[in-house]
Design a binder for this molecule. Structure first.
Ligand SMILES: Cc1ncc(COP(=O)(O)O)c(C=O)c1O
Length: 332
């Protein structure tokens, strides 16, 4: 019977917090670099907690099949860890998922199910509908990262405490790109329990309507959904403010970040870093942490190929608003 080893043995968690001095010379912006985790993203934490929980509840998972909707990262981590448990992992993706991630998924042993037909829906909603149907009609197990409490607990137990320890309890603002909401709710909930007044800021792509607004197309780079997930509906009150960042701005920020700093960050990390920079400039005395859920290598083709106006980032400003959950609840 397969079982999971300890997180340290997989290289999950205990990631670095790095100052972004050249990207943001005017303020104290730090990046929580999650690209060093197993499979290259923060989702290794979530996958580990999901599988541990399934093992606890179901015992031996060998021979079972898991299915999940993913923009790549969770699928990669589930497939890598699932191999130790003898679990088959099916990953529902969509055509906007980065080709590099699809290659990593396949290499990790994940089986790709491309959901082409959006049927007028958000791609992510179409993926979720597909997975739900598969889970109902076959005997696949669907961890459902959009609703699974464990997806939040992973960050309440690991990412939040790491940020607290790495800043000696002095973090003032944390900026997190939001998909399922597991990361932001877990970190936010932990920081609330520390008794310090930390501002928790969510970021979603323009076109995503987690926090409301007009629906539209956007890349599947990890963040965004067609409404607040069940996790967010339950725990979204930890979010103080949100901002929307368009894909082309985020990609331009990826390029600027990689040109100025010794490492690259992914599209959602760059969106968070942009919003973090605005806050750090406005409040130079505050310690701002932005989460970079993965690295730039995962999106090389998109980052290099998309035409974005030169210098569009320089004067970019984002409106920071409190979430109006009472108008937006519904979700998947
Ligand atoms: C790159 C990236 N950024 C952000 C997120 C959003 O994280 P969460 O689902 O915890 O809200 C994800 C989730 O898969 C991701 O892969």
């Amino acid at each position: 019977m397969g079982s999971l080893r300890r997180t340290e043995e997989y290289g999950i968690g205990m990631t670095g917090l790095v100052p972004a001095r050249s990207f943001c010379p005017e303020g104290r912006l730090f990046i929580k670099r999650e690209d060093g985790n197993l499979g290259g993203s923060i989702k290794a934490r979530t996958a580990y907690f999901i599988l541990k929980d399934l093992c606890r509840r179901m015992g031996d998972l060998a021979g079972l099949t898991l299915i999940e909707s993913t923009s790549g990262n969770l699928g990669i981590a589930l497939a890598r860890l699932g191999a130790d448990l003898g679990v088959r992992v099916l990953c529902a993706v969509d055509p906007t998922v980065a080709t590099e991630k699809l290659a990593m998924l396949a290499e990790a042993g994940g089986e790709i199910r491309m959901v082409h037909q959006a049927g007028g829906r958000d791609f992510r909603a179409a993926r979720i509908a597909y997975v739900k149907k598969q889970a109902e009609e076959t005997n696949c197990i669907w961890p459902n990262q959009y609703s699974n409490e464990v997806g939040m607990l992973a960050h309440e137990a690991t990412t939040g405490p790491e940020i607290w320890a790495e800043t000696n309890g002095l973090v003032d603002i944390v900026v997190v790109s939001v998909g399922t909401g597991g990361t932001i709710c877990g970190i936010g909930s932990f920081l609330r329990s520390c008794g310090r007044d930390v501002l928790v800021v969510g970021v979603e792509p323009v076109g995503s309507i987690i926090f409301g607004g007009e629906p539209g197309p956007y890349l599947s780079s990890g963040a965004g959904l067609d409404g607040p997930s069940p996790l967010l509906q339950r725990h979204g009150s930890v979010i103080d403010l949100y901002a929307k960042v368009a894909d082309d701005l985020a990609i331009a920020a990826c390029r600027e970040f990689a040109a100025k700093e010794p490492f690259g960050i992914g599209i959602t990390g760059a969106a968070s870093a942009l919003v973090g920079r605005q806050l750090a400039r406005l409040h130079p005395d505050k310690l701002v942490v932005a989460i970079a859920a993965d690295g730039a290598e995962n999106y090389r083709t998109i980052i290099d190929s998309l035409h974005v106006q030169p210098n569009i980032v320089r004067n970019a400003e984002f409106r920071l608003l409190p979430p109006a959950w009472e108008h937006g609840l519904g979700g998947v």
